[in-house]
Design a protein around this ligand. Structure first.
Ligand code: AMP
Ligand code: ZN
Length: 139
């Protein structure tokens, strides 16, 4: 089926094979490649073949499939890389660290003693019931 692509989007070009990449997995809907500036050995990114800038624009269909791809890749990566752990990360918006505005999911293998830093300080929850209600109302 034809994919929705955006001209001048580097990940559209990679996902659809116009630009070569180090591919570890591919199916009809996704390409998974090694990150060009890896956070750790084997850092990979899952790229949908359909363009959407971020999670808000991802189709329900691709959203439903993408964690299945992450699961398959995680199993293969653990087997091949012998990593001690793995972070699954997906950034939306500049403030969240997004630099390429075609949705992608990071698979970051973790090794004992590595220098990868994905930590935050834990705050105090305020008005959780009210906040939950506000979000429920937004669906
Ligand atoms: P993010 O900061 O979440 O938008 O992630 C973008 C990621 O894409 C970064 O980790 C980059 O190193 C990676 N990246 C950018 N261009 C390429 C490319 N041509 N091939 C592979 N990875 C890339
Ligand atoms: Zn794109």
């Amino acid at each position: 089926m034809n994919k929705i692509t955006q001209p001048d989007c580097i990940f559209c070009k990679i996902a659809n094979g116009e630009i070569p990449s180090s591919t570890i997995y591919e199916d009809d809907d996704f390409k998974v490649i090694l990150d060009i500036n890896p956070a750790s050995k084997g850092h990979a990114i899952i790229i949908p073949k359909n363009h959407g800038a971020d999670l808000y624009e991802l189709s329900q269909e691709d959203a439903g499939k993408i964690m299945g791809v992450a699961q398959k890749c995680a199993v293969a990566m653990k087997k091949a890389l012998h990593c001690d752990g793995l972070n699954v990360l997906q950034n939306n918006g500049e403030i969240a660290g997004q630099t390429v505005f075609h949705l992608h999911v990071h698979l970051i293998p973790r090794y004992k003693g590595d220098t990868v830093n994905i930590n935050w300080t834990h705050g105090e929850a305020e008005d959780a019931q009210k906040l939950a209600e506000e979000i429920r109302q937004a669906f």
